[in-house]
Design a protein around this ligand. Structure first.
Ligand SMILES: N[C@@H](CCC(=O)N[C@@H](CS)C(=O)NCC(=O)O)C(=O)O
Length: 204
């Protein structure tokens, strides 16, 4: 059966899946969803992606894209001059740096989440992972000017990935990140989470 729209695989609890959903919404590209858990549904995930990870994007020509960075690259090419990534130069390098801080912080939180589920958890490791997650967001706070976006006056992928990451960490480790330490990031998150592109891709 051929599908009309691309199909996004994974739950929006995953910040990697969610940043794809938000980006598709920003680009006004319709998509379908296949909601597979990143914990259960392993056989189905491995059928789609041999390493069992989400997100994947199933294209209508039956191609399968895996890994959120590769999926974003494809979507940015389709979006052309409307892409959320700067096309070249310092602005593009800077955006990649900021996105790497955000995905790095997300990965630390995910590893910490797995660590706290172990019996018994390694508390020293858990503390270090959460500290490094916090340091990533602190570095992002320093990159952001009050009331602005990372790239200036227009929302970009660094904003999308950072806010999706902040909301995720707040969700799985409530209270770990403090508004008093990250006032500009929390203000950015409050503002963009109220945009339709984010509201239509709430954590599920
Ligand atoms: N670098 C990957 C990371 C994807 C990732 O970590 N996915 C997690 C969910 S957030 C996953 O599928 N976990 C299940 C597993 O590793 O078994 C990307 O950007 O897509």
């Amino acid at each position: 059966m051929t599908q009309k729209f691309p199909c996004l695989v994974g739950r929006l609890l995953s910040p990697y899946v969610r940043r794809i959903a938000v980006t598709l919404n920003c680009y006004e590209m319709p998509f379908e969803r296949l909601v597979l858990s990143a914990i259960d549904d392993e056989a189905e995930r491995e059928r789609i992606n041999p390493v069992g990870r989400v997100p994947a994007l199933l294209l209508s020509n039956e191609e399968t894209l895996v890994d959120s960075a590769a999926i974003l690259d494809h979507l940015d090419q389709l979006a052309g001059t409307d892409a959320l990534m700067p096309a070249s130069g310092f602005a593009r390098r800077k955006a990649f740096y900021q996105i790497a801080l955000a995905t790095g912080a997300i990965d630390r939180a995910m590893t910490a989440n797995a660590e706290r589920r172990r019996t018994p958890p390694d508390d020293v490791r858990l503390k270090r992972l959460l500290r490094q997650c916090g340091s990533g967001f602190a570095a992002l706070e320093a990159e952001l000017s009050a009331g602005g976006y990372f790239g200036g006056d227009k929302i970009g992928q660094a904003d999308v990935t950072t806010v999706v990451g902040l909301t995720f960490v707040e969700h799985i480790f409530p209270g770990t990140l403090q508004r008093t330490d990250l006032p500009r990031l929390f203000a950015l998150a409050e503002q963009v989470e109220s945009l339709p592109a984010f509201k239509d891709a709430q954590i599920d």
